[in-house]
Design a protein around this ligand. Structure first.
Ligand code: NAP
Length: 315
């Protein structure tokens, strides 16, 4: 194999990618992890990890460092790279990166995660970085004793909303329904902060401000009533867009939300191409099931490589 050829290539270095690297390394297959940001992925944007057995009360960045340290022990190579295209050339998968590199691998595990969905309202793009933020850990401290609006009703909105009460004097949680998708225990944590006011059945129609956020224009979806709320920052946490647009047509099947469909081995419709973590079509998106599914994917990928070598199809 030349220096850009690997037995397994892992796309993305979040919890799923790190776990796949650990298991691929333990299987003694030549493995590369391509990550376009910091190894650890979304862990770097997560305040506290409170739902991973044994890691209670650790911060996301602490867990990211521990995970990476552990995976590196088993020999996987981590490279900076933004994979923009995955295609096939005979038995090989070909991975092209934005940086102009090309890698070849006998099996690929895609753990590319995704990114925050935007609200798509006026003012959001214009005021990004000037009070509009998608990362509570990164930007929460800028709003000490200020008023913050968090938008959404899922786990991210509720957990990050509770985290932001460490800094803010008040957090408004604006949600378009009157029921939460978030785990009930997280809603209880949020309520226990005593600093959160829920604004339900309400959507944000505009983020306003001149050079920095000064408020949000709201509409109550039940009554149609419009109002304005003065806030210093807006943190939308309204879902997640999977990074699944990197495949040659036909290689993978996607669900309605753009997540990659796999079988029980985490294998896509293309033999040797696997997916795990938030990019995969599944019922829940937790670190625990991401690392579990990545374990399956890496071991199945290692078996695929072994079979390809036994069949003599890989030079
Ligand atoms: P999510 O679960 O999809 O929730 C998105 C929330 O945003 C929903 O409440 C949704 O409202 C609302 N929403 C969507 N589009 C909107 C719009 N245009 N305007 C206003 N509100 C909008 O997304 P998430 O919270 O980012 O979580 C993504 C996945 O990661 C989930 O599977 C979640 O469980 C997981 N996660 C887990 C943890 C954890 O375990 N600790 C932490 C974070 C995330 P509706 O409810 O009305 O649809």
């Amino acid at each position: 194999m030349n220096e850009n050829e690997f037995e397994i290539a892992i796309v993305g270095g979040g919890p799923a990618g790190i776990t796949a690297a650990l298991y691929a390394g333990r299987s003694r297959v030549r493995t590369i992890v391509l990550e376009r940001g910091a190894v650890g992925g979304q862990l770097w944007n997560t305040a506290d990890i409170d739902d991973y057995p044994g890691l209670s009360m650790m911060t996301g960045p602490e867990v990211a460092q521990k995970f990476e340290e552990h995976a590196r022990k088993f020999g996987a190579k981590f490279e900076f790279g933004t994979v923009t295209k995955i295609s096939k050339d005979g038995e090989w998968f070909v991975l092209d990166t934005d940086e102009g590199d090309q890698y070849r691998a006998l099996a690929v595990v895609v753990t590319a995660g995704g990114e925050a969905r935007k609200l798509g309202v006026p003012g959001e793009t214009e005021l990004a970085g000037m009070g509009v933020s998608y990362c509570a850990v990164c930007d929460g401290a800028f709003f000490q004793d200020r008023t913050i609006a968090v938008v959404g009703g899922g786990d991210s909105a509720v957990e990050e909303g509770a985290f932001l009460t460490r800094y803010a004097s008040k957090v408004y949680l604006i949600h378009r329904r009157d029921e939460f998708r978030a785990a009930p225990v997280e809603v209880e944590h949020l309520d226990a902060t005593g600093k959160v006011e829920k604004v339900l059945n309400t959507v944000v129609e505009e983020i306003v401000g001149d050079g920095k956020v000064s408020g949000v224009r709201l509409k109550n979806v039940a009554t149609g009533e419009q109002s304005e709320l003065a806030v210093d920052a807006v943190f939308p946490f309204v879902g997640f867009i999977p990074h699944s647009d990197i495949f040659e047509p036909g290689l993978v099947e996607l669900d309605d939300g753009g997540h990659i469909v796999t079988d029980f081995k985490m294998e896509t419709r293309t033999a040797g191409l696997f997916a795990a973590g938030d990019v995969r079509s599944q019922y829940v998106r937790q670190i625990t099931n991401a690392v579990g599914d990545a374990t399956t994917a890496a071991l199945a990928a290692a078996a695929h490589v072994e079979n390809a070598k036994l069949a003599g199809t890989a030079a």
